[in-house]
Design a protein around this ligand. Structure first.
Ligand SMILES: [Zn+2]
Length: 139
């Protein structure tokens, strides 16, 4: 569990937990600016989930593994917060692939849980995509 001192209470802060203002952090990517690396894409997609931005989730999912239909229709009932980056391998400007391991908290109605996942990313024609995730723990 994340310690309470890490919890941000300022609502202007980006949902990805960077501590920066949303408009100076993930928002430009959600508006279409290309991400420079895999970690930034993970953060931007997390912010997209947190704000139920289905369009961005779709656009940044690799066509080879993109679901036919996303099920974010009840996303407003799931609140994502407390993203913590645990490990980053590759995924930089000179890489074609990379992985980011992270944990995050979620709340569905009054139930709180934690997700631990290793996300895989691939770069295609210079653009980073989310490929797939291995959920290593969810509770
Ligand atoms: Zn952010």
């Amino acid at each position: 569990m994340a310690s309470a001192k890490n919890i941000q209470t300022d609502t202007a802060n980006c949902p990805c937990g960077s501590g920066r203002d949303f408009h100076a952090c993930c928002d430009p990517y959600l508006q279409g600016e290309p991400v420079p690396n895999a970690e930034t894409l993970l953060r931007a997609r997390f912010s997209a989930y947190a704000t139920a931005n289905e369009r961005y989730i779709n656009q940044t999912w690799h066509p080879a593994s993109r679901p036919i239909k996303l099920h974010l229709h009840n996303a407003e009932q799931v609140r994502w917060y407390g993203l913590k980056i645990i490990r980053i391998e590759n995924g930089g400007p000179d890489d074609q692939a990379g992985l980011v391991e992270f944990s995050a908290h979620y709340q569905i109605k009054h139930r709180q849980g934690q997700l631990h996942e290793i996300s895989h990313f691939a770069r295609d024609n210079g653009k980073w995509y989310y490929l797939e995730g291995e959920i290593t723990d969810i509770r």
